[in-house]
Design a protein around this ligand. Sequence first.
Ligand SMILES: Cc1ncc(COP(=O)(O)O)c(C=O)c1O
Length: 420
Amino acid sequence: MRAAANISTIRTPIKSFDVDRIRQDFPILKQRIHGKPLVYLDNAATSQKPQHVIDAITHFYCNDNANIHRGVHLLSQRATDAYETARIRIQKFINARHAHETVFVRSTTEAINLVARCLGSRIVGPGDEIVLSAMEHHSNIVPWQMLCEEKGAKLRIIPITDEGELIWDEFEKSLGPRTRLVTIVHMSNVLGTINPVAEMVQAAHSRGIPVFVDGAQGIAHARVDVQQLDCDFYAFSGHKLYGPTGIGVLYGKTGLLDSMPPYQGGGDMISTVTFEKTKYNILPYKFEAGTPDIAGAVGLGAAVEYLETIGFDSAIAYEADVLTYAAEALASVPGVRLVGTAKNKASVQSFVMKGIHPHDIGTIVDEFGVAIRTGHHCAQPLMDRYRLPATARASLGIYNTKQEIDILVEALSKVSEVFG
Ligand SMILES: Cc1ncc(COP(=O)(O)O)c(C=O)c1O
């Protein structure tokens, strides 16, 4: 039998961040692309997975696989234990007060749809307003827009500066008697801006308005303490946090989650069923209808365990240093203009090159083994704000290095040569 994928399989904690050691934990980084070492700078789209996560999933399927919560046999108990242990790891990672406030969902997108449907449809009526920013991802626009269309409500948009920072006065002005909810991205996937979520929550709460936070990016590049933020909801996807795809988390405060009806009906979300009436299960199971992504949850639990063991705070500090280097290096390339220069930002640097379409940039740098993303990044209203059809975006993870940024810069010189 394989060794259990437990904490002992992770390298010992490191004091100062040793990126060379970290890189060895990510098997995918060892490969070559077009004959060149892979330089993976598309972490905002999805992150790579450490061996510890891969092992945890393999271990689960090789040893513990069974359906959860319903079985008395040992395998089912082990699977349930693995699933619930993952929940507790995640609860601790985000410092939620209770484990039942950590609901497993498919993704950030599903979490937003869940709250729009289960809370939004109850608290939003004709003429009401939902406040969100000009830098939201489509996932944090469309579900609310659908709700507004249904209810005769409208979206109110907080404008941003050219640097990519929220205009605070405009935010405060947007909070009015018809505001039913503020929904805000913690960290922009295009600009890298980290929004002042705690202050926004305070301002909204002082007017009795709940706040939803889209943490799809924030969770992997900032320390998140949901009690300190005091947000009502915080959503993220496992795959951007070095965990698997298909699993995500909705954090919600107990009172609000309790007040909401279930999102989907099915197995596990009930306590009793008769043809006359169904009584729903307690939190968090009320929101986890059907067989969940058990192995995905186990993998996400392992990702969080990995990050805490290597030293997540030093990883964030390390990444910030590489981002500063990247911004300076990119800005020094002739013809490059940075998009997103907020003071408080992380991981992401978007840019454009004079007279060159971002897709052409992406295609040429790929020949150098460099993976960046180009396009509207699921933020078309933000592209409109900057009057751009698209940007190129380099986004960092904990394993990226300054040498890799140099390779990107060298590749961009080639782009200038070809199209200049
Ligand atoms: C800020 C932001 N919100 C939401 C999402 C949606 O995440 P997912 O596709 O994992 O649901 C993303 C994905 O890129 C994102 O960057």
